[in-house]
Design a protein around this ligand. Sequence first.
Ligand SMILES: Nc1ncnc2c1ncn2[C@@H]1O[C@H](COP(=O)(O)OP(=O)(O)OP(=O)(O)O)[C@@H](O)[C@H]1O
Ligand SMILES: [Mg+2]
Length: 305
Amino acid sequence: MIEFRSVRKTYPDGTTAVDDFSLVIPSRSTTVLVGSSGCGKTTLLRMINRMVDPTSGVVAIDGDDVAAVPAVGLRRRIGYVMQNSGLLPHRRVVDNIATVPLLTGVPKAQARARALELMDTVGLDRGLAQRYPSQLSGGQQQRVGVARGLAVDPNILLMDEPFGAVDPLVRNDLQDELIRLQRDLGKTVVFVTHDIDEAFKLGDQVVILKKGGEIAQQGTPAEILADPADDFVARFIGAGRGRRALRIEQTPTGPVVVDGDGRAAGVLTGPVPVSPAPAASELPSEAAASPEDVAGASAQGGGTR
Ligand SMILES: Nc1ncnc2c1ncn2[C@@H]1O[C@H](COP(=O)(O)OP(=O)(O)OP(=O)(O)O)[C@@H](O)[C@H]1O
Ligand SMILES: [Mg+2]
């Protein structure tokens, strides 16, 4: 569990980025901080791994004030996926992913073997391992960033607009991938975005921020959608644009709540039934998940008439 207790951050030039911010971030779930540019999201995220120290107040991990933990050690055991991927341009993909393990003294061969496994985890072809970041597409670069964040097998993963720089389709794939990963890994994910659709899709808990890190509302996507706290939240989530006409759509990664415009508005929380994966030939047509599968099923049906 990560706790912010009455945290304030005033930068040396006098800018107060965050003022009296308190929040509890539960373990093993995804909390999304969402708000407009400059509202203090990156500042808040960086206070968790001490890249920024608060001017006053306490940030605690599992009850321990992070101010008492050496910053370098803390940063090395907390995964951090930076705004704009933050890859090292002169290092190959495999070594970018292995950066922190190499820094902490893991032998090179072992760190690289682990990096290759992580490429599988985030859906990157191992054939890309020897390329430099500039030789990858934007979406591939973002996946490398996620793999690097996971390389130390952290309990906590901080993600700062990790999918900001890609087109909507690739972004959607990356989001689906993160939902799948999180189901398998169960990390404490703190995810920053300015995109409310992304926040509702990924967050177990969504925290909508105003300037100065003021919390406009926090809750599950369903709670916020059902009962926006004020006009600011209502405008921010686009209520009044038909956004409440929610329905559930099956996706490859499970049920997603979508709004009247077909945009993702959240995911269903609670236990997901676990059953052994059937062989493809045993799949009933109702289990078809992708549009191609659905199209295939109906084409087959048409052929028997
Ligand atoms: N090092 C710094 N020195 C002075 N002011 C800063 C510094 N870093 C951030 N700020 C200011 O603090 C405020 C919050 O910045 P922050 O980077 O946390 O916002 P953000 O919500 O992450 O924005 P964005 O969505 O644009 O990334 C802004 O007004 C910003 O200009
Ligand atoms: Mg930022």
